[in-house]
Design a protein around this ligand. Sequence first.
Ligand SMILES: [Cu+2]
Length: 186
Amino acid sequence: MKKITLLIFMTLCVLSNAQTTYNYDWNMQSTNQQITVNVGDTVVWTWGSGSHNLISTSGTHTFDSDYHGQGYTYSLTFNEPGVTDYTCTPHASMYGTITVNSAMSLDASERLGLNIFPNPVSSGYVTLKTSVSGVKNIELFDLSGKRVLKTSINADILNVTSVNSGVYFIKLSINGVSETSKLIIR
Ligand SMILES: [Cu+2]
């Protein structure tokens, strides 16, 4: 789970307000559709000839278009991250998977106004300034997703003398709001 979370951090530098609409056909040739979107995005399927439904079969999201004919458009906006399989009930060749990624950001200026310095840090002590006050709950992950440090601090100075040199993701949470950024330790 942590690995998945980290992958999301690493692969998605997506702004949460960048909403996109994706258009797909839904016909007898719609075999193994693989659709990947971000939270807030919309997918529109347009029916080809014949009578088809588009119905979720397993996973996070539940939807059912009911049966329609050529030219019908079915629009879904995905507001929850997750993975869902879907099919057309009478046509086994019509199926796909929609993956909805959470829109997260590596932008250090966002949710908590996190400012890390020095970064890279070589002294073993890094300062974490935030625009939000409160106890700072800190987790440090290496690039394989392994957590190498978990601590809480009341002030701004984090002791990383126990952590090996390398590139890390630091996740800082204050009162349940978190922000993740990159931290390089030398
Ligand atoms: Cu069908």
